[in-house]
Design a protein around this ligand. Structure first.
Ligand code: HEC
Length: 408
């Protein structure tokens, strides 16, 4: 019964997280676009920075931006903050349910680094908090006045942290840890900087003072950071279904490439919505980045350990049966119609590996998740050996070459 309740809780919070995330990122994209499309006009009040016209849902909208604030407070004012807060809170619940309560399976990998669940959770939670303080200090330091230098420093720090986390957490845990860190920075930006600054501006207006333009500039800087981080964060969130992305040998480099690719695609749209219409070079960089990432994902962690070699018998029959043995000792306790592993009520993701036919039918998935990457067994709970992973590699390649040969 417990298992069912946890499954539904997880599904429910995931649903909420996705919905809130769509609303948050949606408004964020919308306002970046709106900002970039503003044009100055003579008919505007003197405090207005620009205007634009839009058409949607059966009507025309005339938008005017007041760069610091209008001279008088409007009666009704819509704030955009609960989209971000709800995304954060639901994400936090998911992090706890999946990665903290399930730390043995998803956060820790004893082959990477031996950690107890308590230590792993403490490391994960504290680094999320520390990351915010480091980031915030950097933005407020003199470096913060140089947008590019700040951006590059942030990029280098994110890349270094990712590498660090792949040295202490499971591959999947490391990816989600970076997702949690970046996502939290984005949300705390809204919560501690963007909204409070905007509130100060409103207070000044009500008191009849003219607001400090630096408040708006600071909020804009943080919003811009958020904007460039959006696509990489979304990639991390969906990547946990793609072992090649998060659990192959060069996973941290793949992550860094995605950071660049996601940022450059955002950059293209930011330029396009402004005046620069021909920023095709952004797509060239994005394409190169994705191609290199895909190529890197073909390098198997099992192969990087040169000393082990697969002990393969020469005949095809024995290769099949050796693989069957490996799968039944390393995978079947979970991937069976009635799994023996505590807490599982059905085969995870519907992948049942109990007969030779089924194992063959799932050959590609097995190859991706346990040879090209170390995604399965999760955190190597069933102590799969590298030589066994290599054998899976040889087995799949032999199936493929048999297929190729029969086509000719
Ligand atoms: C401790 C239990 C356990 C063991 C052992 C295990 N798996 Fe899994 N497997 C899971 C769980 C849980 C998931 C679902 C992960 C998720 O939620 O994304 C999964 C998912 C998968 C998927 C689908 C990946 C996806 O996201 O679509 C494949 C393929 C897979 N396992 C293959 C294997 C193979 C091959 C082995 C043995 C080498 C193995 N598993 C061993 C628990 C296990």
């Amino acid at each position: 019964m417990d298992v069912i309740i946890w499954e539904w809780l997880e599904l429910g919070f995931r649903w909420l997280h996705v919905i809130a995330g769509i609303a948050w990122i949606g408004t964020s994209f919308y306002f970046m676009h709106l900002d970039a499309s503003l044009k100055s006009s003579q008919n505007l009040p003197s405090e207005a920075g620009g205007e634009t016209w839009q058409v949607h849902s059966g009507g025309f909208y005339h938008m005017v931006k007041f760069v610091v604030a209008p001279s008088q407070m409007p009666e009704n004012l819509t704030w955009f903050k609960w989209e971000a807060y709800t995304t954060f809170l639901s994400g936090l619940v998911l992090l706890v349910i999946i990665y903290y309560l399930g730390a043995e399976l998803y956060l820790i990998d004893n082959n990477v680094f031996e950690l107890s669940a308590e230590v792993a959770i403490t490391l994960s939670a504290s680094s999320i908090v520390i990351a915010w303080f480091v980031y915030n200090l950097l933005c407020k330091s003199t470096l913060g006045q140089f947008e590019w230098a700040l951006g590059l420093t942030g990029f280098a720090l994110i890349a270094a942290s990712m590498w660090g986390f792949t040295q202490i957490f499971s591959a999947r845990g490391a990816f989600m840890q970076m997702g949690a860190i970046i996502g939290s920075i984005m949300i705390v930006n809204v919560w501690r900087i963007v909204i409070p600054n905007q509130k100060l501006v409103v207070e000044d207006l009500i008191a009849g003072r003219s607001p400090d333009p630096r408040l708006g500039a600071e909020a804009k800087l943080r919003s811009t950071h958020n904007n460039y981080l959006t696509l990489p964060v979304l990639f991390i969130m969906i990547s946990n279904h793609y072992p090649l992305a998060y659990a192959s040998e060069w996973n941290w480099v793949i992550f860094v490439l995605i950071l660049i690719v996601g940022g450059i695609i955002r950059h293209y749209f930011n330029l396009k919505h402004g005046s620069e219409k021909n920023a095709w070079w952004c797509w060239v960089i994005a394409l190169i980045g994705i191609t290199v990432a895909a190529w890197l994902s073909s390098i198997s962690p099992a192969d990087s350990e040169k000393t082990v070699s697969a002990k393969v018998e020469t005949t095809k029959v024995s290769l099949d049966s050796q693989v069957m043995d490996i799968v039944s000792t390393r995978c079947s306790m979970c991937h069976a119609s009635q799994p023996l592993w505590e807490g599982l009520v059905a085969a995870p993701k519907g992948i049942v590996l109990d007969t030779e036919e089924r194992v063959k039918a799932e050959a590609k998935q097995i190859y991706i998740s346990s040879y090209l990457s170390n995604a399965m067994p999760p955190s190597n709970v069933s102590y799969m050996e590298n030589s066994e992973r290599k054998l899976i590699g040889l087995w799949f390649e032999s199936i493929e070459s048999t297929k190729q040969a029969s086509l000719k």
